[in-house]
Design a protein around this ligand. Structure first.
Ligand SMILES: Cc1cc2nc3c(=O)[nH]c(=O)nc-3n(C[C@H](O)[C@H](O)[C@H](O)COP(=O)(O)OP(=O)(O)OC[C@H]3O[C@@H](n4cnc5c(N)ncnc54)[C@H](O)[C@@H]3O)c2cc1C
Length: 418
């Protein structure tokens, strides 16, 4: 038998747990510091309506192995619905422009459209000259034009990330953004057609209980110790001790900053330690609200006049998310915001959000800079020989969606033959 501890019962820990437990030679124990599994995907019913404590999670994947693994655990037909994304951008003047904006510039008026078309010509010329973007800001400008950068991409992304977009490396965004060519954007705006390939342009959603349903199913049959924060990890020969209990290996799925603090008797170079301590991140305050009925999935709010950046109309994902006669959704704010300020912000927003409750998650958006991946990889190489592995959004410090977190757990499982 191989005795393995997993720390964290979020999507990454649950995926790793299921993969490992499929092998009868493994004995798997999961430590979870909270009273419930799910991490960022947790949901709670409030007066009969479903509150996604952090956002509003929907599922899809571009990885076939992830989809295959996922659908082994669920019945697609009876337990999920397949929906098409119907999102809008609420512009500064209150106009609603369909998402993605680059396909709907014609909605912004003749002048903006003409300027956009001229800039697309310039982009094409610079692409044929071999010019490549080096960071997120350059990517947005060189892919979508300066006009759209100014009107949407810059104010929206600055609200979420609160960081200099020119310091964000491109590698971070792989697979997360649409990559239309100038010609595709021209055609979309001339013929009023839409690009269908962007992430979550269609998605699966649970008929009951949102992402908590997914979490509860993945947690079934696993030995999870709730209310069990792991604060001490030490190595004794070929064994790793977790809170005083010995294991052959551990897979850590919490926050890498805490791992560095918890690991004893493995020398970690000061520069590595400092690098991890300096990793930046943001939290999210999610306000659960009653909303006016509308047909949308996500409503983006780039305007600096509103402190929140988007409304997720979770009540539209499944009617079971709403108590009878109501329509609910979540309004997202980066970092902490008080109830008083939330209520004040809601008063000025479209779709008339009426406050029910709110939740603050301190760690939701990891921010990478050019050295982050190397830092994480060095740490991985240092710890793996001692039987300490890690995976997850805040362990890898990556902007993972649930499916990508599942894929990363699968990759770890195969790469290290844990
Ligand atoms: C606002 C928002 C919206 C999102 N929307 C979507 C979406 O629509 N679709 C999608 O696919 N993805 C979405 N995501 C991404 C998704 O939430 C993550 O990919 C996923 O939840 C990451 O899971 P994880 O297990 O890596 O981390 P987490 O969910 O953070 O789980 C970590 C777990 O470890 C536990 N833990 C940490 N430290 C310790 C310790 N020392 N001891 C014991 N336990 C510990 C924590 O309590 C937690 O349960 C969204 C994320 C955000 C922030």
């Amino acid at each position: 038998m191989s005795k393995i501890a997993i720390i964290g019962a979020g999507i990454s820990g649950l995926t790793t747990g299921r993969l490992l437990q499929a092998n009868a030679a493994n004995q798997v124990v999961i430590y979870e510091k909270q009273a419930q599994a799910g991490g960022l995907c947790q949901c709670r019913r409030i007066d009969g309506s479903l509150f996604h404590l952090c956002g509003g999670h929907v599922f899809n994947s571009k990885r076939q192995d992830v989809l295959d693994w996922f659908w082994q655990h669920f019945d697609r037909e009876s337990e999920f619905t397949l929906a098409r994304r119907n999102s809008v951008i609420s512009m500064q003047d209150g106009q609603l422009v369909p998402y993605p904006i680059e396909d709907h510039v014609y909605c912004l008026g003749k002048e903006v459209l003409e300027q956009f078309m001229r800039e697309l010509d310039l982009i094409e010329q610079s692409q044929s000259g071999g010019q490549e973007p080096e960071n997120f800001e350059q990517f947005l400008r060189m892919r979508f034009t300066d006009t759209l950068y100014r009107l949407y991409f810059e104010p929206y992304n600055k609200k979420i990330w609160r960081t200099d977009l020119s310091r964000v490396p491109l590698s971070w965004l792989e697979g997360k953004l649409p990559m239309p060519t100038p010609e595709q954007m021209r055609q979309s705006n001339l013929n009023h057609t839409e690009e269908q390939s962007f992430v979550h342009s269609s998605f699966y959603y649970e008929r009951q209980d949102g992402s908590q349903f997914l979490v509860n199913r993945l947690a079934q049959g696993l030995d999870i110790r709730y209310d069990s924060p792991v604060e001490q990890i030490s190595v004794h020969g070929s064994q790793v001790s977790v809170n005083g209990e010995n294991y052959d290996k551990i897979v850590y799925c919490g926050n890498i900053k805490d791992l560095i603090g918890a690991v004893h008797n493995i020398p970690i170079h000061d520069s590595l330690r400092r690098g991890v301590e300096q990793l930046r991140f943001h939290g999210t305050t999610t306000a659960f609200c009653h909303l006016d009925r509308n047909p949308y999935s996500w409503i983006y709010q780039p305007s600096p006049d509103h402190p929140s950046h988007r409304i997720i109309c979770t009540g539209n994902f499944s009617e079971t998310n709403n108590a009878p006669g109501t329509m609910t959704g979540t309004v997202e704010f980066t970092d902490y915001i008080s109830e008083k300020d939330i209520r004040c912000a809601l008063e000025r927003m479209s779709f008339n959000p009426r406050y029910i409750t709110h939740h603050f998650s301190p760690c939701t958006y990891p921010i990478q800079d050019a050295g982050t991946r190397q830092l994480i990889s060095t740490l991985r190489e240092l710890l793996a020989p001692h039987g300490i592995y890690f995976t997850g959004r805040f362990a890898d410090w990556e902007y993972y969606n649930m499916d990508v977190a599942m894929g990363a757990a699968m990759d770890l499982y195969h790469r290290f033959s844990i």
